[in-house]
Write a protein that binds this ligand. Sequence first.
Ligand SMILES: Cc1ncc(COP(=O)(O)O)c(C=O)c1O
Length: 383
Amino acid sequence: MLDLERQTQPLRQELLDALARVLDHRQFILGEEVAAFERAAAEHLGVAHAVGCSSGTDALWLALAADGIGQGDAVVTTPFSFFASVSAILRAGATPVLADIDPATFNLSPAAVEKVLDNERGAATKAILPVHLYGQCGHFHAFLRLGHERGLAVIEDAAQAWGAEWEGKKAGALGDAAAFSFYPTKNLSAAGDAGMVTTNSDEIAERVQMLRQHGMRQRYRHDELGWNARMDGFQGAVLQVKLKYIAGWNQARRTAAKRYHALFHAAGLVESRPYPVHGVVLPQEIAGARHAWHQYVIRAPRRDALCEFLTARQIGSAIFYPIPLHLQDALKGLGYKEGDFPEAERAAREVLALPMFPELRDDEQETVVAAIAEFLSQLPAGR
Ligand SMILES: Cc1ncc(COP(=O)(O)O)c(C=O)c1O
């Protein structure tokens, strides 16, 4: 799925030098390396503030809490995401309210959000939290319009979307605040856990800084109940190095995505309907979006069998995510049931992520597509 060795090997000396700087000045937590990364990241994204923290999960919680979202508030988000999109809302003391996804992008459907805002569950809504799933922002203008019309904050879960854009603006600069993850598999990745909140609001940025450090503005004076959610100096140093290369890496992902498209079309495997029957449904870049291709995700018939078939040939593939969040045991308390979000449930049965990383070679992509062609050719006709 991902061969990080191909990324780190050419940067080995540069990364070691950066790590040595931290050892030498011994600012192991926050400090100048994190501050320098924060400045560079803010400039890269075109936002006023970027505040480093301990993970994407903490970044989501910090963005919500800094925006004043807590007990008694509801936040509308998607059931088809990583667990943290919902657990961070609960951690902030608020209630997650779910709305179904758009089958074309796998992202929150603006129409479904609007419906939820008008029903009883959505009455206490203070914020909308769209997730840029797989690296694509979906119909963001609609969320901004809804936020504006109804006085709601719009907080981006941009964990998977470093380098994505919506109508020429970078993910992270679209809403009131955004949360990034630098988990080692992400497009821009740390050498451990790390995350970041971005915002154009001076007030939100100041509150994130306070909350990530036990609610302290002055040493040992705790103004609010914050948490330890700081970024390590080592991660700041590694991320500064990698930030210099991310534009090129994301360009290489675009090239790889285009190549997958061309290979699938050339092999005659592409289904033109929204759901797979005989062939695969390819991921689409929608008008207005620039996809960061964090993942290249197809819909496939007999998905689980295909995944096993590929594994048997030592070809990586992954299911993000096999169980939608409303059906997770830990979230039973939200009161949803099977059938509540049919598009999310269907996506969970059909999606398959294929190997995708900047250094992926042409011959490897050809092997992946040839294996999928072989699998599909063995399916009984008419299925
Ligand atoms: C959509 C989404 N949100 C939040 C997170 C949480 O980020 P982290 O793993 O850095 O805590 C992730 C990371 O996997 C993610 O994919």
